[in-house]
Design a protein around this ligand. Structure first.
Ligand code: GLP
Length: 251
């Protein structure tokens, strides 16, 4: 596990974009696992800048998003499909046929989940998975008490997640209560993982993910078992960590 602590959100976004960019430089046909939420927005902006400056190319890239709300279609402004197109894909030269996001409108979620897993495998697996983290330590939409062995599947959102995500909706009643999400096992199969966090409200979850017991009660704690994971965070998210001690342990 590698921990990178930077000053602020802007630095976190730049650092994360540089890590993704170097992945694409080393392997232009990389399979990227992508995340949504407020946290990676700055990283996407930076990646667009790097692309426009001619330093990276997305032509051969394949992407798999972590999750999608159940019951929202692509045209819905709150859907993660819309988010990804609006904030990222429309600005880069990605082949939209190589973009994969779970279909939240699928009639048979079980079938959709199996097909998603099969597709990830047929593309050779995820080379670099980007993650955010929920205040309760969720990754993707894998809420506390999730089974670590879960692959892509339908999940029920926690009250806290519904509360947190209601800031993107007109009212809390509009927030879907279910989603389709890669499971912990899917995430753990990624060759590399890059987790981003900023803000004081993430400090507790970050502390638990790094120092805590490995437990489904804090899904991100499972990352301690991954062989190639980097946390990039700002000072607020790192505020509960003993950085001096971490330097000795991890750097
Ligand atoms: C959502 C997403 C996660 C994301 C998390 C944190 O529920 N499903 O992938 O990491 O919330 O979101 P934010 O970055 O907005 O704090």
């Amino acid at each position: 596990m590698r921990i990178i602590c930077v000053e602020d959100y802007h630095q976190m976004s730049k650092k994360a974009a540089n890590i993704v960019a170097s992945q694409l430089i080393l392997k232009p046909n990389s399979v990227l696992g992508l995340a949504t939420g407020a946290t990676p927005l700055g990283m996407y902006k930076q990646l667009v800048k790097t692309y426009k400056a001619g330093h990276i190319d997305f032509e051969e890239v394949t992407t798999f998003n972590l999750d999608e709300y159940y019951g929202l279609n692509k045209e819905n402004e709150q859907s993660y499909y819309y988010y990804m197109y609006d904030n990222f894909f429309q600005y880069i030269n990605i082949d939209m046929k190589k973009v994969n996001i779970p279909n939240g409108m699928a009639r048979d979620i079980h079938k959709e989940s199996l097909a998603y897993e099969r597709k990830i495998r047929s593309c050779g697996g995820v080379d670099l998975q980007v993650l955010g983290i929920g205040r309760n330590g969720h990754i993707g939409f894998n809420e506390p008490d999730i089974k670590f062995e879960a692959l892509t599947h339908m999940v029920r959102l926690d009250e806290q997640t519904i509360q947190d995500n209601s800031r993107f909706f007109d009212s809390i009643e509009d927030v879907p209560t279910k989603a389709i999400s890669m499971g912990i096992k899917t995430i753990m199969h990624a060759k590399k993982i890059l987790l981003l966090a900023n803000g004081k409200e993430k400090a507790e979850a970050i502390y638990g993910a790094i120092y805590g017991k490995i437990t489904p009660e804090l899904p991100a704690s499972v990352l301690q078992l991954h062989p190639d994971v980097v946390f990039v965070m700002d000072q607020d998210a790192a505020s509960k960590l003993d950085l001096e001690k971490l330097k000795e342990e991890y750097l």
